[in-house]
Design a protein around this ligand. Structure first.
Ligand code: NAD
Ligand code: AHE
Ligand code: ZN
Length: 370
């Protein structure tokens, strides 16, 4: 079939909207009509050329929601008409990783996913002249139709609006999951969230759900304050307005350091500040942000010797097929909020405007509706 997609032709160039060929689902695969997709900073990061795994031409996008149109041979858990959210972290339920309760990082198709192809080693997308186009994070939601492995789709209820629940495909689950699954924040905790964008705001609402007492937000952009307050922030710090050492300021504000800190910026300097602003003896710092190729984190080992720990999280530690339908229920039941964070709704033709808004710090989430 043919479908419309925003294609990343090469690093650093705007996406090009075009008709592309899409082959139907092979064994174990599913054809999905994407109804809506969010724009995550990770899409911009890969498009910029900073992603060591970034390859072109590719169809980016990993925060989508849609409807199953067709299933390949052997698919048993999905049927045409089912509503689904694509999963860049799949859940096969049989690999060593899925069988280990300490991780959500299913590895059953990680190698081919990272290479931009389906598990059989080939792409389903091509240009009209036959040039193959790579998949991205196993999802490629910047296309009106896409093909995914069955294990990379969460089946969700049919009354949930696509233009909101697409955000559960990455940002919402990553932020809330970092608090609940990864850090396992206790009631009464003190926490600091660095970066109050599409991920950081969801860390805030996760902390509020977990019953944290002090929730400090740190961002260079003052315009994020209003939304952050709405999602549970109790104190705001703009590093540009701090005279002297930022770590010392945060340690003083928390009365000795935070129980938990979260980096949602992708800046390795911020990651160091986050680790060092966590409490001596027990503070945990969770890295969510994705850093560019070649970037490395550093601190004095003494920071760890004296009881702080550095950890990371992918997709908020969530097991997608199991946890994503529950998070959709939380949204539908009013336990979490999504709507205010979707600040812009665009057509596919205007997708590059969404990236401009992100880079200008003017959007939280821009969503493309098909
Ligand atoms: P975003 O652009 O919406 O938000 C980033 C925020 O960080 C902005 O508000 C910006 O003003 C702020 N910021 C930038 N530099 C800063 C600094 N030096 N100090 C303080 N604040 C600063 O991006 P997003 O969509 O929220 O994504 C955030 C990060 O999380 C990105 O690196 C993204 O790739 C990553 N991410 C990781 C996962 C995961 O599974 N680990 C999932 C999704 C996104
Ligand atoms: N490809 C990059 C790393 C990108 C990365 O860390 N991706 C996160 C999800 S970001 C979603 O917005 C992730 O899940 N990582 C785990 C994995 O297996 O990719 C690089 O540095 O090579
Ligand atoms: Zn993302």
């Amino acid at each position: 079939m043919r479908t419309r997609a925003a294609v990343a032709i090469e690093a650093g160039k705007p996406l090009e909207i075009m008709e592309v060929n899409l082959e139907g689902p092979k064994a174990g695969e599913v054809l999905v009509e994407i109804k809506a997709t969010g724009l995550c900073h990770t899409d911009a990061f890969t498009l910029s050329g900073a992603d060591p795994e970034g390859m072109f031409p590719a169809i980016l996008g990993h925060e989508g929601a849609g409807v199953v149109l067709e299933v390949g041979a052997g698919v048993t858990s999905l049927k045409p008409g089912d509503h689904v959210i694509p999963l860049y972290t799949p859940e096969c339920r049989t690999c060593d990783y899925c069988l280990n309760p300490k991780t959500n990082l299913c590895q059953s198709i990680r190698e081919t996913q990272g290479a931009g192809v389906m598990p059989d080693g080939t792409s389903r997308f091509s240009m009209l002249d036959g040039t193959p186009i790579l998949h991205y994070m196993g999802c490629s939601t910047f296309a009106n139709h896409t093909v995914l492995p069955e294990i990379a789709l969460a089946k969700v209820r049919k009354d949930a609006p696509f233009d909101k629940i697409c955000y559960i495909g990455c940002g919402v689950t990553t932020g809330i999951g970092a608090v609940i699954n990864t850090a396992k924040v206790e009631i009464g905790s003190k926490a600091i969230v660095f970066g109050l964008g599409g991920i950081g705001l969801n860390v805030l609402q996760g902390l509020r759900m977990a019953g944290a007492d002090q929730i400090i937000g740190v961002d260079l952009n003052d315009s994020k304050v209003e939304m952050a307050n709405r999602f549970g922030m109790t104190d705001f710090v703009n590093p540009a307005n701090v005279t002297g050492d930022l770590v010392a300021h945060l340690v003083e504000l928390t009365g000795g350091g935070a129980d938990y800190t979260f980096d949602a910026t992708g800046n390795v300097g911020v990651m160091r500040t986050a680790l060092e602003a966590s409490h001596k003896g027990w503070g945990e710092s969770i890295i969510i942000g994705v850093a560019p190729a070649g970037a490395e984190i550093s601190t004095r080992p003494f920071q760890l010797v004296t009881g702080r720990s550095w950890r990371g999280t992918a997709f908020g530690g969530a097991r997608g097929r199991t946890d994503v339908p529950k998070i959709v229920d939380w949204y539908m039941d009013g336990k979490i909020e999504i709507d205010p964070m979707i600040t812009h709704v665009l057509s596919l033709d205007d997708i590059n405007k969404g990236f401009d808004l992100m880079h200008a710090g003017e959007s939280i989430r821009a969503v493309v509706e098909f």
